[in-house]
Write a protein that binds this ligand. Structure first.
Ligand SMILES: *Cc1c(COP(=O)(O)O)cnc(C)c1O
Length: 364
């Protein structure tokens, strides 16, 4: 295939992705917790989402309506993670089964859009437990909101959710998730029904499941990073039994030369307005790769070969020191990198990066 030879590229191992999804769903299902597989980091590409489905996830979730639209033919219920834009409620109702909400105005608009489409749109009310991103902030506000939405015809309040460790870095625990459960009871009292969904967060909540500490009322987690990178995000730990190298960057060498490690001349600003500093290691063998900050942003990546040292880069170039590599590199050969969440997000949304899916095992 032509695109197999195209660089730079992100390679995606679908068999490993299925495995990670399987490990996470089995672990969580053991505690009565369903998994919404979060697809935003790979732009909702259906072939990749399918691997998560094959691994056993129970919902698909994405922050963008466009991505959920791309996945419209996949069979699982779809959750919109970012609060809907009021200007887009028609598409939200059309392409999403459930959306996360905190604004009465938007919920009223969703209800009208749903009635127009002869549908009932399900919503999860978001409460803010202190991380200070989205969510209704206290009991009083929750009560006022419920009074305004409880009789709407086009929507159904099916659950409550919260998001932590995103803006404020607040880690989920028994205390803050305890407040989530208390809010859930308040909603149930007003609506006179039991909530189907109590969603206790994202990949930062996994450590509580691992330690057997997750509150038993919580029955849904929305997991991106834990599945895609095999890491939990409260403490940054690797999740045992998962792969960390499902997504990798391969970039091609366009120059190899021996050069001194300190630039020659008066030092001003680099391409990004920072004043660089250098350590004198003498003459080193350097390679330039055809990938740059336009693709990766300023996020961290890690060479798979530990003897490759990243020196820096500019918009379109990544400069590495390959002096200590035992492998013989040449013009046109590639180097491989493991990715952090931010780097993966940038790369998967860059149109200059080719995406190559590999499947080492047959689909189950
Ligand atoms: C992105 C997102 C998630 C997934 O977060 P991970 O840390 O990748 O698991 C969950 N919930 C919401 C609301 C999100 O925006």
């Amino acid at each position: 295939m032509e695109s197999d030879k195209m660089n730079p590229k992100v390679t995606i191992d679908l068999a490993k992705l299925r495995h990670n999804a399987r490990v996470m769903t089995e672990k969580c299902n053991e505690y009565g917790i369903a998994i919404a597989g979060v697809t935003k980091v790979f732009g909702g590409r259906p072939e990749i989402a399918q691997a998560m489905i094959d691994g056993g996830i129970q919902y698909l979730a994405d922050s963008r309506v466009e991505n959920l639209k791309k996945m419209k033919d996949l069979s699982l219920p779809k959750i919109l993670l970012r609060l809907p834009m009021i200007s887009r409620v028609d598409d939200v109702v059309k392409y999403c089964d459930i959306s996360l909400n905190s604004e009465v105005e938007t919920i009223i608009a969703l209800s009208q859009a749903a009635e127009k489409q002869h549908k009932t749109h399900k919503i999860i009310l978001m409460v803010d437990l202190g991380d200070l991103r989205e969510g209704i902030f206290d009991s009083q506000a929750l009560k006022l909101a419920l009074d305004e939405i409880k009789n709407l015809k086009g929507i159904k309040v099916v659950g409550i959710g919260t998001n932590l460790t995103c803006y404020g870095g607040v880690i989920p625990d028994e205390e803050n998730l305890g407040r989530l459960i208390a809010y859930a009871s308040e909603i149930e009292a007003v609506l006179g029904t039991k909530l189907e969904i109590i969603s206790g967060g994202n990949s930062s909540s996994i450590y509580m499941v691992q330690e057997g500490r997750m509150l038993e009322e919580v029955n849904l987690l929305r997991l991106g990073e834990a599945i895609v990178l095999g890491t939990e995000s409260a403490y940054g730990n690797v999740i045992p039994g998962t792969h960390q190298d499902i997504f990798q960057l391969e970039a091609e060498i366009i120059e190899i030369k021996e050069k001194p490690s300190i630039p020659i001349g008066k030092i001003g600003m680099d391409a990004f307005g920072n004043k660089p500093s250098f350590e004198d290691k003498g003459v080193r063998k350097r390679a330039i790769l055809a990938v740059g900050k336009q693709d990766i942003g300023t996020h961290a990546i890690r060479p798979v070969n530990v003897n490759v040292i990243i020196l820096g880069g500019s918009s379109d170039h990544l400069i590495v020191d390959i002096t200590d590599c035992d492998m013989q590199h040449q013009i046109g050969s590639t180097l491989t990198f493991d990715l952090t969440y931010g780097a993966l997000l940038s790369l998967m949304t860059s149109e200059y990066i080719y995406k190559q899916m590999n499947d080492t095992k047959p689909r189950p």
